[in-house]
Design a protein. Structure first.
Length: 151
């Protein structure tokens, strides 16, 4: 359900987190899943409440914003050829080199909390996390998500 639009970019080259987030956000907007306020709201929230995490030495980020900017729930994915810098979710003075981004477009805060928990569980599975970094297409990606019970 959350991946029905198949918003996924593999092995991307982006100069910075803003470029990566814009690429994902523009795709959400092009498919009418979000309002035109979505990307700016994600960027603004990222400044206030950063979403970078380092798990098993791999940098991941889970940018998201409030449900008022969402039209239809969806999650976007991006893996990066070279990492981009995000601030640490736990300590915003610390920077994390992020290789995987999951952009959440969810309507309700309960959905966000539940999805954040599921994603953190997925990230703690080192084998699945490595497969995510290496996956090259949407079928492979959806298979990994299914294994992690995230659909």
């Amino acid at each position: 359900m959350y991946f029905s639009e198949e918003i996924a970019f593999f092995n991307q080259s982006c100069n910075n987190k803003e470029e990566a987030l814009k690429k994902l956000g523009d795709e959400f907007l092009a498919r009418d899943l979000v309002k035109d306020t979505f990307l700016q709201a994600v960027l603004d929230r990222e400044k206030e409440y950063p979403t970078g995490l380092s798990i098993n030495g791999i940098g991941v980020a889970i940018p998201h914003t409030d449900g008022i900017h969402i039209v239809k729930p969806q999650i976007g994915f991006m893996s990066l050829k070279e990492p981009v810098i995000f601030k640490d979710m736990v300590d915003d003075k610390h920077e994390i080199e992020v290789s995987i981004i999951f952009m959440l477009g969810l309507l309700k805060s309960e959905q966000q909390i539940e999805m954040l928990q599921k994603l953190v569980e997925l990230f703690q599975d080192e084998a699945l996390l490595k497969r995510l970094i290496e996956c090259k297409n949407i079928d492979e990606f959806k298979g990994i998500m299914k294994e992690a019970n995230i659909e």
